[in-house]
Design a protein around this ligand. Sequence first.
Ligand SMILES: Cc1ncc(C[n+]2csc(CCOP(=O)(O)OP(=O)(O)O)c2C)c(N)n1
Ligand SMILES: [Mg+2]
Length: 350
Amino acid sequence: MAQVVPELRRVLDDDVVPLGLGEEDLVELYRRMVLLRTYDERSVVYHRQGRIGTYAIFWNHEAMQVGSAYALADEDWIFPSYRESAIGLLRGIPAATVLSWWRGHPAGWWNPLDYNVASICVPIATHVPHAAGLAWGKKLRGESACAIVYFGDGATSEGAFHEGANFAGVMRAPLVLFCNNNGWAISTPVSEQSAAETLADKAVGYGIPAVRVDGTDVLAVFEATREAVERARSGGGATFIEAVSYRVEPHATADDPSPYIDRERVEEERRRECLGRYESFLRRLGILSDELAESVRGAAAQTMREAIGAAEAEPPPDVALIFDRTFAEPPESFGADLAELRRVLEGSDG
Ligand SMILES: Cc1ncc(C[n+]2csc(CCOP(=O)(O)OP(=O)(O)O)c2C)c(N)n1
Ligand SMILES: [Mg+2]
């Protein structure tokens, strides 16, 4: 029977490099974490300037996203939730595209086949069955690719999570179920979300092996995901990874966590946030110099400056888009509705 070891796996504190990772990999992991960190911090500023709408902050989630994605091959599929909105950057999706998504602009959507990255999923857990189905399809076709699906602690209470996990377990689908357990589903703590001792326990009921890992330890996340990917490719089916952290920022820019959050815990977690921890590790190993850190940060800042410029240069979408792609054969009334909408908009300043 599948069993869960409740302890969290950690690597960074031991100053050992996981087998198979060279210095170049370690620097590349750093570059990717800085890119996501910069994306996130710029997005919050961009939101404050009123240039994007509500934004789901992922500060201190970078180790989970970068470490897990680094264990994948390009043929493997990524199914992000809104918390992993920028994970496609690691697959070459332009930052301007993701910024446009948050601007609600049609330039913010991409063809998933171009990057093997599915659309960003906002409804909680509804993408878990999609990912399970895609992974099963890969297996049916005899392809070696697998899929990874990201979701939060709260998502493990949703029906779609259980349907997807059961399906992946029964079909031995090559799927990595990656649970970002950041302690909160908006204002609901994990303790009120589930009576299970750990969220990884839920995988046991579906016959899926599970592992718990320190979500702020990029190398531990990488190792756990690499094992899950190896299992998936070798016909061993799905794995559940519970990556544990603590949300130190609001759920999203529209949230005020002050009435419910544990402020002391936030301060404590901020002191051991994932990028700083990884930087210290690299410095202890003599891999990261001030010059290298500065050039990596400079490159990420430049990427974001250009991306913001490119997103803002997008012309406003035509309102006809509201009616496009809703029906294969649109009802006749749409013509009149669109004409009415144009008439109203022309009469207003918008
Ligand atoms: C099906 C569905 N129900 C409710 C919501 C509203 N909602 C948005 S985020 C959220 C909390 C999700 O928490 P968790 O799964 O832990 O993910 P996190 O935001 O912490 O990454 C909820 C309930 C939603 N988006 N979709
Ligand atoms: Mg959560």
